[in-house]
Design a protein around this ligand. Structure first.
Ligand code: ISL
Length: 541
């Protein structure tokens, strides 16, 4: 029930995957065209970022109609065809469930604005305090989280994200009923589960002032509240279980205890969570200030979560994150090797691997020249905030370059040709210049390429039950090298990752013996690991 441990998930950001109409925006037919590539890669589940009707203030994470397809992506018939054709290839579709907020263009919000009390109660609307906004909370996109409600003199609505994303009022049981209906609508269409957007913040305990903090003041009033746990239990029992559907929650600011409460199997809430700690190994206080990625910090963090949770959602990239290999400060000429090492790492950790489109060919951060080339609302807001704070332009731009969510959203690189074969029109976001070298077509033509290695690692995972059911044990966490063991029924696999662009000593704990199941270099040296070298060894007892 719920999830299958052998799931290998591939995230598609529909705007950026493949455009078949020439309007510069990816679409559902493009995804259908891409299915053979995905089947060949070996994945068996697709998570689709939102494809619902949306004014695109936050690229679909602002939903105006939960049960209709965004016209620029295609039609419901296209969607049904996608589900069917994916199924023929053994691939299930997971939808993005965004229920902390709707778009301000959703009918519910429009009717609320028109004065219908029923719908006003769908949102969090509150009177100001002596002409001031209702509380001191912060906002995820560095805006003020309160906006005037229509023409009202003193009423405001809460929006933890953009002004066009009003938060839903989860104290209202009618909201729960609406969402149940929406979930069943998609489950009836054959989807296998949901990725639940910022699911641990949906239920606000109170709207009291929060304890002041550098970011997101007020979070103690809404992070993983009892009300949220109750809602998750209800959705699982009443909606998901009858369909055998699964959920992964995007859960912000969770520590291990909170994550356990959300996904421990006996609690029957979520099947697994996307935690953030390993993505924050190179940040200072807030994600917009980054330092060098220190490999040992990453190793320690991965080991901690691997050991603490029964099952992890293992991800290194998504549509909100810079490309992972671009985070290695000494990547140098080793893009391919680093991508292959990440394939080895991701496919041998314990948990469900979630790849992001382009990861299989080693795509890198966007090469944006200036803010005009960046679309992401968050980046623009951060730029404005940093300007207000007097941060010099050069530093501001560095911040955006390194952290912008658009880094993970550049169009998928299919060919070396114009617009990387993504679109015959002008792509909505700049295509990376390195598409001439980094693309699916080129990769398909080489036997030892990045794509071939991802395929090999995915295939290994499928043929070695120890990589799925085996326990995790950290063996070595050095300055450069990470070694961990997966063990099952007396069988031990050792995953050895050099996480730097420099040659490193092979730790003696690895020993001499063992059968080499995979390696991203042709020849291995007895005592040395080459830059970003990865080895998977089977240890004979
Ligand atoms: O990008 C982030 C973390 O590095 C966050 O600020 C992000 O906004 C947060 O993780 C929530 O993300 C999700 O909900 C947002 C949407 O913009 C993101 O794309 C989505 O993944 C609001 O729906």
């Amino acid at each position: 029930m719920g999830y299958r441990k052998d799931m290998i998930v591939y995230q598609i950001y529909p705007r950026s995957f493949k455009d078949t109409t020439g309007n510069g925006v990816g679409d559902l037919r493009g995804i259908i065209e891409g299915l053979d590539h995905l089947a060949d890669l070996g994945i068996n589940t697709i998570w689709l970022s939102p494809i619902y009707v949306s004014p695109n203030d936050d690229n679909g994470y602002d939903i105006a109609d939960y049960t209709a397809i965004q016209p620029e992506f295609g039609t419901m018939a296209d969607f049904e065809e996608l589900v069917a054709k994916a199924k023929e290839r053994g691939i299930g579709i997971v939808m993005d469930l965004v229920i902390n907020h709707t778009s301000d263009e959703h009918e519910w919000f429009r009717r609320a604005l028109a004065g219908e009390e029923k719908y006003k109660n769908y949102y969090i609307i509150k009177k100001g305090k002596n002409g001031k906004i209702p509380n001191n909370w912060g906002n995820f996109f560095a805006e003020c989280p309160w906006a005037k409600f229509g023409d009202s003199e003193d009423e405001y609505y809460l929006h933890l994200f953009s002004k066009k994303q009003p938060d839903l009022n989860w104290h209202n049981p009618e909201v729960l009923e609406e969402i149940k209906r929406i979930m069943r609508f998609w489950l009836d269409k054959g989807v296998v589960g949901f990725r639940c957007d910022v699911i641990n913040i949906i239920y606000k305990n109170s709207l009291e002032n929060g304890r002041p903090r550098p970011i997101l003041t007020g979070q103690e009033h809404y992070l993983s509240t009892e009300g949220c746990h109750e809602i998750l239990k209800t959705l699982r029992r009443e909606v998901l279980e009858p369909y055998g559907a699964f959920t992964v929650g995007e859960t912000v600011f969770v520590d291990i205890a909170k994550a356990r409460d959300l996904c421990a199997p006996e609690r029957k809430e979520l099947d697994m969570v996307f935690a953030f700690e390993h993505m924050e190994c190179d940040q200072v206080i807030v994600k917009w200030f980054k330092t060098k990625l220190v490999p040992r910090r990453l190793m320690k963090c991965l080991s901690k979560w691997q050991t603490a949770l029964e099952w992890n959602a293992c991800y290194f990239e998504n549509h909100d994150q810079p490309r992972f290999i671009s985070r290695f400060s000494d990547l140098g000429p080793y893009r391919k090797e680093a991508s292959k090492m990440m394939a080895g790492l991701q496919m041998t950790l314990r948990g469900t691997p979630y790849m992001h489109e382009g990861q299989e060919i080693g795509m890198t951060n966007g090469d944006f020249a200036n803010l005009d080339e960046v679309e992401d609302i968050e980046s623009h807001n951060i730029w404005a905030m940093a300007t207000k704070l007097g941060i010099p332009k050069r530093i501001r731009w560095k911040m955006i370059q390194r952290t912008s969510r658009d880094n993970g959203r550049t169009p998928m690189q299919w060919t070396a040709g114009e617009n990387a074969g993504f679109s015959s029109g002008k792509p909505w976001l700049k295509v990376n210049a390195n598409h001439t070298e980094v693309n699916v077509e080129t990769e398909n033509a080489v036997p030892n390429g990045v794509l071939a290695f991802w395929k090999q690692m995915i295939a290994l995972r499928k043929t070695h039950p120890v990589l799925i059911d085996g326990t995790f044990r950290s063996v070595y966490e050095g300055r450069a090298v990470y070694v961990f063991a997966r063990e099952l029924d007396g069988k031990t696999l050792l995953s050895v990752c050099n996480m730097t662009g420099k040659t490193a000593k092979l730790p003696t704990v690895v020993g001499k013996g063992g059968k080499l199941l995979a390696c991203n270099y042709e020849d291995v040296e007895a005592n040395l690991l080459k830059p970003f070298e990865f080895r998977l060894l089977e240890i004979e007892k």
